[in-house]
Design a binder for this molecule. Structure first.
Ligand code: SAM
Length: 265
């Protein structure tokens, strides 16, 4: 079956066939006894095989039913491995936990859904210890970007609100079958133990950030003026003549808390 499975573009299937890369990912994850690891999009189970060891719980979530059958056969003797035939975008990760343990999430992610998947995981961040993902290099660059960079945007602010990101290593297209057109990179995301900034409402933070970056060339007074008046922006000691890309996470938290106050008194 693994020989005849034709990669499906709609499922973002680019299978890793470079074992050095697989070993590198596992060396970064460093599975430890007692770990509960969840792999998203195991495909044919290449990374799964290397992650698996007898003293961990490994749960794998795959959308493609043909691959699910293959994985069920391949790992049928492994009592500490559970195969979930499911869409990771809809998956309730908190259900996998035993008591208050934290999950370690790993995956060579389908690139076509990587951003919504990251946002879905951020919603469950309290039950996550750390995450290791293969993504398009440009997405990794955007997640890690700092204020002042052209790559800094909504994905950077929201990712850094929840986690500390670190780019681990780059991966060339010929490590995959079929080869994607772009460079890839592996990133570690570690959820903050304590929030780095106080935010009254996550929904307000998301709205302000989205609005500010929707027209990133505009100054704040023009981009978010409809949500927060220029006077209020000034009261927060933020220059309303700046563009979104100049603002820190702390600035965005101040703006979102002001929006919350405006709307909820
Ligand atoms: N981990 C394998 C590897 O490295 O060779 C496969 C990686 S491939 C880039 C992405 C995998 O995610 C595919 O197996 C694909 O079927 C699966 N996938 C795509 N969308 C998914 C979703 N919404 N939920 C779970 N798995 C998904």
């Amino acid at each position: 079956m693994s020989q005849i499975h034709k990669p499906r573009k709609r499922f973002g299937q680019n299978f890793l066939h470079d074992y050095a890369v697989v070993e590198n990912i596992v060396a970064c994850v460093q599975p430890k006894p007692g770990d509960h690891i969840v792999e998203i999009g195991p495909g044919k189970g290449v990374l799964t095989e290397f992650l698996l060891r007898p003293d961990i719980q490994l749960d794998i979530i795959e959308l493609d039913r043909d691959l699910v059958s293959l994985l069920e056969k391949k790992f049928s003797c492994q009592e500490n491995l559970r195969v979930y035939s499911a869409d990771a975008l809809q998956f309730d990760f908190s259900e996998l936990r035993k008591q208050n343990e934290k999950l370690r999430i790993v995956g060579n992610l389908p690139y076509n859904i990587s951003t919504p998947l990251l946002f879905h995981l951020f919603e469950n961040v309290e039950c996550i210890n750390d995450m290791y993902f293969m993504l398009q290099k440009q997405v990794v660059d955007r997640i890690c970007a700092l204020p002042g960079s052209k790559k800094y945007g909504r994905l950077s602010v929201m990712s850094q609100y929840y986690c500390s990101p670190e780019m681990l290593f780059e991966v060339a297209p010929d490590s995959f079958d079929p080869s994607p057109k772009v460079m890839s990179a592996v990133i570690r995301l570690e959820p903050h133990a304590e929030p780095k900034v106080d935010v009254s409402s996550f929904a307000c933070l998301d709205r302000v950030v989205k609005q500010a970056f929707s027209q990133r060339r505009k100054t704040l007074r023009n981009s978010i003026g409809g949500l927060i008046s220029e006077d209020v922006i000034k009261l927060l000691s933020i220059d309303s003549g700046l563009r979104a890309e100049a603002l820190s996470l702390r600035d965005f938290s101040k703006l979102s808390n002001a929006l919350y106050e405006i709307e909820n008194g």
